[in-house]
Ligand binder design. Structure first.
Ligand code: BDR
Ligand code: CA
Length: 311
């Protein structure tokens, strides 16, 4: 089977880094490019983090710098309480010798999609600013998007407010643009990612593999688990972002339900909420496949397979 072509749009971020690791060395995926957005930290930091991960793992994938602010809102939301001051605290990286490409991420997304046969999947694991900007700048890309698989949102409780998840809250207008684009969307939200907690036993299991990826995984998760404990009280942090890639590698890892999802961009209290009409109360045509369950054991097997690929 032909490898699946993807653009990975991310804001590393500990879990974004693992998503890159998982996507970059699997023969079933053709990682065309990585586009970077502000999110877990400011854009200058998320860009450096992406380059550091690629350099450490010796990945030959082009990296593009994207948007540093939300589409409309002045307020920028970052997450140093979870990801540290660098956005990727924990591992020590050597001096960076890799550069990003000169093209802007939004233009790269547009050009790549326009030149494609409609077979490129866009995976977002950060705020959706780059993808939404590309959609607004060049609507001709819409029919070219094979599928969008995104980590974001929740139909249960949020992690930034009781209503909202980080990636959607950070740029809810962008999420609104994506969810109203008419393209096929799979929403991997907190409802499932909170089931894959990277407990100490998982860190130990992955660490036994003795590859560069295993070292990166352990260094990242030791820090991530500390902050997750401080902020949420869990012994292991939810490994949100790699669930998107795991799903592309093996769709049976998730159970999804087709429904109409609307982003709250109006209210103060619930700003950034993904209102998933799972009971079909509004009787509106579905615009999303919302993940409602995950095969936890299968997920960790996929992660371990990804780590072993770096032998
Ligand atoms: C999402 O927010 C970020 O902090 C993580 O990288 C993930 O993409 C989870 O809400
Ligand atoms: Ca992320």
């Amino acid at each position: 089977m032909e490898p699946r072509k993807i653009i990975l749009d991310c804001d590393p971020g500990h879990d974004d880094a693992i998503a890159i690791m998982l996507a970059a060395k699997n023969p079933a995926i053709d990682l065309l490019g990585i586009t970077v957005v502000a999110g877990n930290q400011t854009l200058d930091k998320t860009l450096v983090n992406t380059l550091n991960v690629c350099q450490f793992l010796d990945l030959d994938v082009p990296v593009y710098k994207g948007c540093g602010q939300p589409m409309i809102r002045d307020k920028q939301v970052i997450a140093p309480e979870i990801h540290g001051e660098s956005g990727l605290d924990g591992p020590q990286f050597e001096a960076l010798s890799r550069d990003p490409e000169s093209q802007h991420a939004v233009n790269y997304i547009i050009d790549t999609l326009l030149a494609s046969d409609g077979d490129v999947t866009v995976v977002t694991t950060g705020p959706m600013t780059n993808l939404a900007m590309a959609m607004r700048l060049c609507p001709d890309i819409l029919p070219k998007i094979h599928e969008i698989v995104l980590m974001g949102g929740c139909y249960q409780l949020g992690n930034m407010t009781p209503a909202a998840e980080f990636n959607v809250l950070a740029d809810a207008d962008a999420a609104h643009v994506v969810f109203t684009s008419g393209r096929s969307i799979t929403m991997v939200g907190l409802d499932v990612t909170r089931k894959v907690l990277c407990l100490p036993s998982i860190v130990e299991r992955m660490g036994k593999n003795q590859t560069r990826a295993a070292k990166l995984f352990v260094d990242l998760m030791m820090f991530f688990n500390k902050t997750q404990k401080q902020v949420f009280g869990w012994d292991g942090g939810p490994l949100h972002d790699p669930v998107t890639i795991a799903y592309l590698l093996d769709p049976t890892v998730l159970t999804t339900k087709s429904c109409f999802t609307q982003i709250d961009i109006r209210s103060e209290q619930s700003y950034g909420r993904t209102n998933c009409d799972l009971f079909n109360i509004f009787k509106r045509p579905p615009n999303s496949f919302v993940a409602v369950d995950i095969d936890v054991a299968k997920f960790w097997d996929i992660i371990e397979m990804g780590i072993r690929a770096y032998a």
